[in-house]
Write a protein that binds this ligand. Sequence first.
Ligand code: ATP
Length: 361
Amino acid sequence: MGAEKPAVEFRDIDIAYGKFVAVRDFSLSIRKGSFVTLLGPSGCGKTTILRSIAGLVDISGGQIMIDGRRVDDVPIYKRNIGLVFQSYALFPHKTVFDNVAFGLKYRNVPKPEIARKVGQALDMVRLPGSEKKLPSQLSGGQQQRIALARAIVFEPQVLLLDEPLSALDANMREEMRVEIKKIQKATGITAIFVTHDQEEALSMSDRIVVMNAGSVEQIGTPEEVYERPATAFVADFLGKANMLAGMVSKTGGQTAVTLAAGQTVNVTSPRPLAQGSKVIVVVRPQKLSVGAVAGANRLSGRVVSASYLGGSAIYEIDIGGGTNIRANAPINGRVVREGEAIEVGFDPGGCVLLDESGRRI
Ligand code: ATP
C-alpha cells in the first residue's frame, strides 16, 4: 500500500522579518483529516507559520507542500485554504449570507449551488436561518461560528485557525472547542490550530507541536507531550510540572536520586545512569498524593499555601533546601492548613527524568 501524501508538509522552513529570524528549521508533516495544534508562548512563531501556509508571509528557506505540491510559488488567491482569525473579521455591512457566500462567489460557483452550500454551512455551525442578519446582530460566539462557516463553505484543502477562541468568554470558549472539533471530524477537513492555551491544545488536538522561540520543542499526541515531555520547557509550559534538581546517588535495580532539598527518591530510569550524574526529576502536581500518602516515595515538608478547589486542593509545600513543590491532590478528610507538616508521595514511575541540559533521558 502506498503511503498517503501528507495534507501539509513543511520541510526545513525558515522565516525572517528583515534580519530577525522568527522561525528556524521548522519541519512538520500533517496527515489528511487530522487536527494539529501549534502551541507555544506569545512570540514563538505560531502565527507566522500559519500565515506562511496561506501565503501571507514569505518563507526565506525550505519548502511547503500541500497535497504533495509545492506551494511557495502559488499566489494566495490560488491556494485553497480556509482561514479563521481571533477577531472574526466578518464584513460588517454584509449579511451573514453574503459573508459566508464570499469564497464561493469569488470562485464563480453558480447561484443555486451557493444558496445550497451556504445553507449547509449554517446548519453545520448550528445557525440555520440566520442568512439575513448582520454581524452586529450576533453575539461574539455566533460571529465566530459565521467566520467558521465562511472558512469551510468552499471545502478548502486545509483549515487554518489562529487563536479563534481567545476573544470569547470562558463558557463560550469551552462550547466552541467541542463545536469546532465536531465540525472538523464531520467534514474530515485537515485543521491547523494556533493557541497559547494548553487546555485548548490538549482537549482538541490529534497532535500538538510545542514551540519555543521559533523552534520545535516536541511533536506528539496530547498524552505524549503531557506525560512524556521531551524538554524542561515542555514540562513547564504544559501543566507547570515540578522540576526537582538532584544527583544520582544509587544505581542498579532502582535508581535513587538525592534531591537538592536533601531528601532521596527512587525513580524509574529508561537507561542505566552513572552515579553522580546530575538530573532533574519532573513530577506533575497531579501525580503527588498528600495526607494519606500513596506511592513508594515519601517527601516530608511543610504547607506554604493551600487552595481549596472543591474535590481537590492545590498545595505549595516547602520540602527544604529552598525547594517548593506543587501538589494537586484529592481531599482526604480535610484541607491541610498552612504551616502544617505534611508528607507527599509519588511512584518511581510517576516522574520523567531530564538531564542537566533539560532533555529527557
Ligand atoms: P502571538 O501568540 O503573540 O501571536 P506567535 O507565536 O503567533 O505569537 P508570531 O506572531 O508568529 O508569534 O511572531 C513571531 C516573532 O516574529 C515575534 O517575535 C514577533 O515580534 C515577530 N514578528 C511577527 N510579525 C512581524 C512583522 N510583520 N515584522 C517584524 N517582526 C514580526
